[in-house]
Ligand binder design. Sequence first.
Ligand code: ADP
Length: 185
Amino acid sequence: MNSNVIPTSPPRRSPNILITGTPGTGKTTTSEMVALAAGLEKVTVGDLVKERSLHDGYNEDFDTYWLNEDKVVDEMESMMAAGGICVDFHTCGFFPERWFDLVVVLRADTKNVYDRLEGRGYKANKINENVESEIMQVVLDEALESYQEDVMLVLDSNTVDDMETNVEKIAVFVERFREEHQHIQ
Ligand code: ADP
């Protein structure tokens, strides 16, 4: 077999979408709205990690689980094969590239990220780490390294208007994808 061959996505009638971004940029809210508007199944990876123990214990300092990436990928493989899934998570580089037809990176102003995470009751070190990460565009750089630019959408998520516009854009993508792939059995 030619080792240069890149594994292609299996054919699917309905797209898989990844919504990523620093915590507080609006992934959960946006993906809930996208799932409703476009008829996709929402998978919040953070919840899956907790519910199905896809981790290597708890990190007390940052109030979070140590992610076991291999377990997460194994757990999600069959659901992603079916298509029609909207995934939200704050890191994106460990997912197989072939899973996603659209990768959305949400961006928000520092003050908004700070206020949203403070409102959620995060500890100061966790707020600061995430604010810094948003300033340094860590998630955006990870997405750019992991996915082709032509499947990526980088969207501002500062206001409710932004959110509504973003949901509309993603829903239009889903509709077009389904029209173009309706012949697939
Ligand atoms: P994430 O999943 O990225 O951590 P959430 O979707 O939980 O972010 O959003 C955090 C908080 O910020 C929620 O209270 C949500 O309603 C609010 N929020 C998110 N995006 C926006 C936006 N574009 N405009 C106004 N409020 C927002």
